[in-house]
Design a protein around this ligand. Structure first.
Ligand code: PXG
Ligand code: PLP
Length: 444
């Protein structure tokens, strides 16, 4: 039995659910159950309020259970619960795509819908390879990702991704993938506010990969503009620009994976706008629906869709799609979400708060175990020194103690990531860093 709203004991047996990306045995021995949410807070099964420092999993950008979104989903479910988008249509995804395009700077003209960031990534990688194919450059099949990159958990995503644990159990992965080096370097960049100055030259490694594989074999480069899951890696000044230049020079498509950076996280609509660098494909998910219904999407710049439209009359131009591409409930949630972002000017709000946020993040300097602090927009990475011989232990301890003290944080190994809903108040920012500072002082 799960409580609908407010605290209620959860009686179900916790065994049957194989939890994703979780230490199952540890969790089930000491569960942390959230049973309700509103705006900036979760309610736990034992009736405590938890300040949400992570917008769920970087996704509830407008805060939780917003009545406008709840109502839109409710109405849609009652009117048209589902309609196919294979050879049929319904108004939702057409309207949503039209709403989305003007939010993305540059010349994007089509949107493909999926149901998660992972599916958006698989879709973008497939579109990139097929794009070259339909243009008569079928030798361009190679994909370039980056060390420490996270692009979801599909076979394409883990192949271009650069996190060893997400790859090593799963066999030979996609063929024809190579990786750029990541840009994280504490020696040069520790405690930088905003973008680090050092590291743009690491983009030149793409020249080396082109020399090795030849441009005629490379379809696309995919990167997160700001790497999130791997522990908040901020791109060095000039780095993304340089990647764009090299991709242009060799006819390689550039894909920005904006599953985290999209929808205001950096204080702009997308990282594409924030950095002023225009990729060819952009993947989004999470904040698209404020996480209320799963949805992902791929933005395509002008010319990509058109390249497919030379297929014979009546032929399916792209043999790809999901049963739930453009699902009515997801579209309704997304449109209501976009309305809130606009009405409350939440992306500008994030931008205006970002220097206050930055000061909060860097107020942790000098506390025990803190070896780096980094920030951009409403994102923070707080890197702790690993407990000797026990990597990840300090991070896990920190998560538990913050939770015990009323704050939800996210950890990856010994790096803490914070990304609050964009509706966060200054007092709540203060509260987050107070709780965190208190926990850091007591940590082993
Ligand atoms: N690309 C990027 C850049 C992501 O951050 C995905 C793709 C996959 O999205 P889905 O919806 O399939 O999970 C992501 C997801 C974390 C964390 O703690 C991050 C993600 C997911 C879960 C946890 O950092 N990012
Ligand atoms: N597996 C089977 C047996 C299916 O029939 C389908 C879709 O029809 C899928 C997987 C793919 O499901 P989805 O379209 O929801 O990704």
């Amino acid at each position: 039995m799960i409580a609908l709203k407010g605290a209620k004991p959860v009686q179900s047996n916790l065994e049957a659910f194989w939890m994703p990306f979780t230490a199952n045995r540890q969790f089930k021995a000491k569960p942390r159950l959230l049973v309700a949410a509103q705006d900036m807070h979760y309610t736990t099964a034992d009736g405590r309020q938890i300040l949400d420092g992570t917008a769920g999993l970087w996704c509830a950008n407008a805060g939780h259970c917003r009545p406008q979104i709840v109502e839109a989903i409710h109405k849609q479910a009652a009117n048209l619960d589902f309609a196919p988008t294979f050879q049929m249509g319904h108004p939702g995804p057409f309207e949503l795509a039209e709403r989305l395009l003007p939010m993305m700077p540059g010349n994007f003209d089509h949107v493909f819908f999926a149901n998660s960031g992972s599916e958006a990534v698989e879709t973008a990688l497939k579109i990139a390879i097929a794009y070259h194919h339909v243009r008569g450059e079928g030798t361009r099949q190679r994909l370039i990702g980056r060390e420490r990159g996270y692009h979801g958990v599909g076979f394409g995503g883990i192949s271009v991704g650069g996190i060893a644990n997400n790859r090593k159990y799963f066999g030979s992965l996609l063929a024809g993938v190579d990786h750029l080096p990541h840009t994280h370097n504490l020696e040069h960049n520790a405690f930088t506010r905003g973008q680090p100055q050092w590291g743009a030259h690491l983009a030149d490694e793409l020249e080396r990969l082109v020399a090795l594989h030849d441009a005629s074999t490379i379809a696309a480069v995919i990167v997160e503009p700001v790497a999130g899951s791997t522990g908040v890696l901020i791109p060095p000044v000039g780095y993304l620009e340089r990647l764009r230049e090299i991709c242009d020079k060799y006819g390689i498509l550039l894909i920005f994976d904006e599953v985290i950076t999209g929808f205001g996280r950096l204080g702009a609509s997308f990282a594409t706008e924030y950095f002023g660098v225009m990729p060819d494909l952009v993947t989004v998910a999470k904040g698209l629906t404020n996480a209320a219904v799963p949805m992902g999407a791929v933005f395509c710049r002008e010319g990509i869709y058109d390249a497919f439209m030379n297929a014979p009359e009546g032929a399916i131009e792209l043999s790809h799609g999901y049963t739930y591409s453009g699902h009515p409930l997801a579209c309704a949630a997304a449109i209501a979400t976009l309305n809130i972002y606009k009405e409350e000017d939440l992306f500008a709000r994030a931008r205006d708060l970002s220097s206050y946020w930055e000061d909060g993040v860097h107020s942790l300097k000098g506390l025990p175990h803190v070896i780096d602090l980094r920030n951009l927009g409403l994102v923070a990475g707080i890197e702790l020194e690993a407990f000797p011989g026990k990597p990840g232990f300090r991070g896990a301890e920190c998560l538990q103690r913050c939770y015990d003290n009323g704050l939800l944080i996210r950890t990856t190994g010994d790096i803490i990531a914070l990304s609050p809903p964009l509706i966060v108040q200054k007092e709540q920012i203060d509260q987050m860093f107070e709780i965190l500072a208190g926990v850091l002082r007591t940590l082993n």
